[in-house]
Design a protein around this ligand. Structure first.
Ligand code: SAM
Length: 327
């Protein structure tokens, strides 16, 4: 028996807007207001999209029928679903109010810290973009822990690694024996010695920063509302392309495996690629054929935009990962 996704996918493959598909998704080429009319009611679990912000004088910053599009988003999202969208300036605030008026509950605002100024002519050096999460019904936001090492490397926060290693080494130098080390690893208690005779006199709850550092590497760090991810300008195929890692974080926070995700302003397909990586079903819509083609190439692996770490860094990182796994 065909499941909900198979039926929907088949229907979209037969649509006049069809451009490309994988087992997990379908890319459609056209104006999203028209294309979304092909989608049945309540078929989408998450809309993750990056609409034209309507402030650039650029061919991509096409005004769209906001009422029409947002009403369609409401119709096609299921009863427990969410909408996560990027935005900027007046358009962003207007969209948030529109979604609120349509019955979506505002859940959170996130700041993407791009790490560098992207419009050097502005009086205030702008280094961020805003993202908001809206929810319908009981859709939950996931609590996620992210890989600290990967996060710091992606954010070019090299110095943190050195600080963390120093903190851990200082701590380990002060541990007296293997039993104590094992206790410390459990994170619950540490033995407190009487200074003079080296006799254990009590166990103390461990709150030291070294332990928190160790925990941050083994369990990961809690995803926070300000996310530092560098732009991927070396891999740009689209003028407003978002980093793949950022889209992966958002998917992990706002959706679950096998959820059906829609990006109705798909661009070069970054959301769709993240869905492929994280086992989500996806539907992408993009008005320009040239960007559909780039998305298709990225999704089919023809366009490998992944930048390799410089050779001199790969070995120490691998060694460190191995080391932290064995702790
Ligand atoms: C901000 S960009 C998205 C970039 C994307 N996040 C990426 O990483 O490549 C918005 C995209 O929406 C497309 N677009 C604009 N109006 C549209 C419409 N009415 N229907 C579908 N796509 C549209 C533009 O061509 C542009 O590629």
């Amino acid at each position: 028996m065909k499941n909900k996704w198979d039926e929907l996918q088949q229907q979209l493959i037969e649509s006049k807007y069809y451009y490309f598909h994988t087992d997990n998704g379908v890319l459609l080429n056209g104006d999203c207001l028209e294309v979304m009319k092909e989608l049945p009611n309540k078929c989408i679990d998450l809309i993750l999209t990056d609409p034209p912000y309507q402030y650039l004088k650029h061919k991509l910053d096409i005004p769209f029928d906001e009422n029409g599009v947002f009403n369609e988003l409401k119709r096609i999202t299921n009863k427990n679903s969410s909408i996560t969208l990027f935005g900027r300036g007046p358009a962003f605030y207007k969209w948030n109010v529109m979604l609120n008026d349509l019955g979506f509950k505002f859940k959170e605002e996130l700041i993407w810290d791009k790490g560098q100024i992207t419009s050097p002519t502005l009086p205030i050096g702008r280094i961020h973009e805003t993202i908001s999460i809206h929810q319908k019904g009981n859709k939950k936001i996931n609590r996620i822990y992210i890989d600290k090492l990967e996060y710091d490397f992606n954010a070019n926060e090299w110095h943190r690694l050195v600080d963390d290693m120093n903190r851990l080494i200082n701590k380990l130098n002060k541990i007296n024996d293997y039993d104590e080390f094992k206790e410390w690893l459990k994170g619950e208690y540490v033995k407190v010695y009487k200074r003079k005779h080296n006799i254990v006199n009590k166990m103390k709850k461990c709150k030291d920063r070294a332990y928190q550092t160790y925990k941050a590497y083994t369990r990961g760090i809690l995803f926070k509302s300000i996310i530092r991810v560098n732009r991927e300008h070396y891999k740009f195929k689209h003028p407003t392309q978002k980093p793949l890692k950022l889209m992966e974080y958002l998917l992990n926070v706002c959706s679950n495996k096998n959820d059906i995700i829609l990006d109705c302003f798909g661009g070069s397909g970054t959301t769709l690629l993240a869905c492929e990586k994280l086992n989500r079903k996806w539907i992408g819509i993009e008005i320009y054929e040239e960007y559909c083609e780039i998305a298709k190439q990225r999704l089919s692996g023809e366009l490998n935009l992944k930048m390799e770490l410089p050779l001199m860094l790969r070995k120490p990182i691998k060694a460190y990962r191995q080391f932290s796994k064995n702790l």
